[in-house]
Design a protein around this ligand. Structure first.
Ligand code: GAP
Length: 454
């Protein structure tokens, strides 16, 4: 496995400023600020027509590779609200805190773990040089209440990490399916954190979505499976990006470890935000099942069917973010290509075709020729049953290609006057802009082979 070092920014691979992604995302219907007409809510976003397609593709691809392809992994979908004792057992009520400091002078607030070392040592604000106040602790759990009658309402939390449902359902999964250790449970679901410093667009939000694998093993096999999943997940991310040198694995130092982890690695992606966590691989050991056994009074130990040995399974966790994947894929795919020989340049998203929100656009060469339009609509109506397709007849063909490039559509099919003679169309590929001629009858197989995951 490659563990890449910090790669310096080069002319050939400039990092795209986050503002360009925010602007494109809003302009083309990927992501909108939540409640924008009321001034927005910091750290919360909505997904538009293209965003929801990209998001669904990201989720489905993860599910396909983790659940569908692995015979020893099953999936669940748990509720966002659970019994409040869950969060005492998990350690979140006590330990899920950010330590913050405020500047006495400019009143800016910083997370201690984000302060540059020299500012920390000198107790000086990185913004204005003013003196910093005493650090304070803030719990990140979002509170909510079940019930309507005052006095009978129960305080609980929106889940701070999605994975807790997996520990709660672990015993039910064992009893209702034919899983035996080693086996895994996967889930994709929303999590909520009162992040004190949300920011960098989708990177740090207050409502976001996580995907988790919790893999249950015999303690003697923990190292083997930890290494196995570390490697598998790293390769999975490598497979969906263009800039392979912008991915690395980094071990957590002892001071960074979450309260439940004995060891951890981050899969990190390098962008304009620097090297940042994309997914965490955590050695959770028996923390979760032991704590839930202790707090609930239910025995969550496992009996080996052959040896009859009884033990609390240890857990390897791989926990990543749907939203961070969404953001990193846009950062990785975005390119502004200058035009050659006086021609207009283009903005293009080099998204992996299997994840791109729209797979094919069907374009009649001219809008005012009835036969071109009806043939193109006929092709479009057939293709849209197989994959997400768009029909577009507005503006000249060059402009329509640019529009599709900007949203990452891997193929454009153009219906021209030759089509009416020989039933062939032009298929243009996004990245190379190369064009081939193909019989209409061969289009579905040609496109499907290139856009579905395999
Ligand atoms: N169950 C383990 C856990 O929750 P984590 O490192 O806190 O671990 C896992 O979160 C992943 O969830 C991160 O790698 C990141 O992709 C995503 N994530 C965490 N906090 C996030 C936030 N505030 N906004 C967006 N994504 C976040």
């Amino acid at each position: 496995m490659t563990q890449t070092e910090n790669v310096p920014m080069t002319k050939e691979t400039p990092f795209v400023p986050i503002e360009k992604i925010v602007s494109l995302a809003k302009r083309r219907g990927f992501v909108y600020p939540n409640s924008e007409i009321y001034g927005g809510v910091s750290g919360i976003y909505d997904f538009g027509p293209l965003g929801v397609e990209l998001r669904n593709n990201i989720r489905r691809y993860w599910w396909w590779s983790m659940v569908q392809l692995n015979d020893n992994i099953v999936g669940i979908e748990g509720a966002i609200i659970t019994h409040p004792r869950v969060w005492e057992a998990s350690g979140h009520v006590e330990n899920f805190v950010d330590r913050l400091v405020d500047c006495k002078n400019c009143k800016r607030r910083f997370r201690i773990d984000h302060l540059p070392e020299e500012n920390l040592l000198q107790n000086r604000c990185p913004n204005c040089g003013g003196e910093l106040m005493e650090p304070r602790k803030f719990n990140l759990m979002m509170e909510t209440y079940i019930g309507v009658v005052e006095g009978e309402r129960m305080k609980t939390y929106l889940r701070g990490e999605a994975c807790q449902n997996i520990y709660l359902d672990y015993d039910n999964v064992l009893k209702s399916s034919r899983m035996q250790i080693p086996f895994g449970i996967c889930q994709i679901g929303k999590a909520f954190r009162n992040e004190v410093t949300p920011g960098n667009f989708l990177f740090r939000q207050r409502e976001f979505e996580q995907w988790d694998l919790q893999f249950f093993v015999h303690p003697s096999e923990m190292q083997k499976w930890f290494d196995y999943w570390k490697e598998r997940r790293f390769e999975w991310y490598r497979g969906i990006i263009t800039h392979k040198d912008r991915l690395r694995l980094r071990a957590h130092g002892p001071e960074e470890l979450a309260h439940y982890a004995k060891q951890a690695f981050d899969i990190e992606y390098q962008s304009i935000l620097g090297w940042q966590e994309w997914e965490g691989i955590h050695w959770r050991q028996d923390w979760d099942l032991s704590r839930h056994s202790q707090f609930s009074g239910q025995d969550l130990s496992y009996t080996d069917t052959v040896t009859k040995e009884r033990f609390i399974p240890w857990i390897v966790e791989t926990s990543g973010g749907v939203d961070r994947t969404f953001l990193n894929l846009l950062l990785d795919a975005y390119e502004e290509e200058p035009g050659e020989d006086g021609k207009e340049g283009r903005t293009v998203l080099h998204l992996n075709p299997m994840l791109a929100p729209v797979k094919v656009a069907v374009l009649p060469l001219q809008k005012n020729k009835e036969e071109l339009v009806s043939t193109a609509k006929d092709i479009y109506n057939r293709l849209k049953r197989l994959m997400v397709a768009q029909y577009d007849d507005v503006a000249n063909i060059g402009r329509r290609y640019r529009r599709q490039d900007e949203i990452g559509t891997p193929y454009c099919v153009t219906v021209d006057f030759d089509t009416l003679q020989d039933s062939t169309v032009t298929v243009r590929e996004r990245d190379t802009m190369s064009q081939i001629r193909l019989p209409i009858s061969e289009l579905p197989a040609y496109l499907l082979e290139r856009v579905i995951w395999h």
